[in-house]
Design a protein around this ligand. Sequence first.
Ligand SMILES: Nc1ncnc2c1ncn2[C@@H]1O[C@H](COP(=O)(O)OP(=O)(O)O)[C@@H](O)[C@H]1O
Ligand SMILES: [Mg+2]
Length: 301
Amino acid sequence: MAASPASVADVAQGLRGVAYLPDESTALVSYLAAKLGKPILVEGPAGVGKTQLAKSLAEMLDRRLVRLQCYEGLDEAKALYEWNYRKQLLRIQAEAEGTGWDAVQDDIFGEEFLLQRPLLTAIASEEPVVLLIDEIDKTDQEFEAMLLELLSDFQITIPELGRVEATTMPIVLLTSNNTRELTEALKRRCLYLWLDYPDLEHELEIVRLHAPELDEHVGRRLVEVIAQVRDLDLKKPPSIAESIDWARTLLLLGATDIDAKTFRETMSVIVKHRTDLDVVAERVGMRLAEPEDSVGAPAAG
Ligand SMILES: Nc1ncnc2c1ncn2[C@@H]1O[C@H](COP(=O)(O)OP(=O)(O)O)[C@@H](O)[C@H]1O
Ligand SMILES: [Mg+2]
């Protein structure tokens, strides 16, 4: 589907076609974003498919993905554009002596001396792109403020050059792991999508998609156990990515059930904090049945 989607169902089907299984609100908000030309702010815990949604939308719409990975201290020079000082300097040196400053200045603040960073790349692109501004919550409020012009008008002002306006409408996704509250001004400009851990059936479908050979029964047990683990008060609950890794692990080991032994041996694939491991072993591991061949063996203690 290269053109613009015709309906919500069209988006849902298109995303499935590129191996992303959206829930209803994901398909709806993605459709609206494409139609209304509004950015999407996607919030939710780590590993629930926020980044993947942007990648999958790009793939589905046959657009290039332009990605800005945010981090603490990210500034305009790395996000928008930067002047290529070295090249400017070389030009100044190369200019014949006696050239007036005005002439040199006109020259060195031209597009040739501009280094495009992701935001400018997305705006200036001749082909429509998907712009992913990933983990916006890692930046500070000044950076958010800087984004506002871009998000509402799809334009960037470069003092020396003037305004660069988007000629093709990018689809913009901002993601946040919710580590800080974003500003009202930013939220106002965006459609909002909350992505959470999926329900059992939905997660089972995702896991099956990524590990199709997994035994039917094991798959179902896997998502049930994952749900139990998420219910505990852990530092880092397992994400969809971890469910998928676990499925692949169980597949490799040829597991036919998730019993206490299998769980003990593989739980570090889904739980990755020392203290969480203890909690999970006690609260979930203890409740699982011991494997068949150890039934009848004398219980320890
Ligand atoms: N709805 C989904 N359909 C298919 N795969 C998914 C879905 N949600 C998550 N995944 C899988 O989980 C992985 C982690 O998702 P990711 O987008 O990196 O999480 P986040 O950005 O929210 O931390 C993805 O690479 C993908 O394999
Ligand atoms: Mg991510």
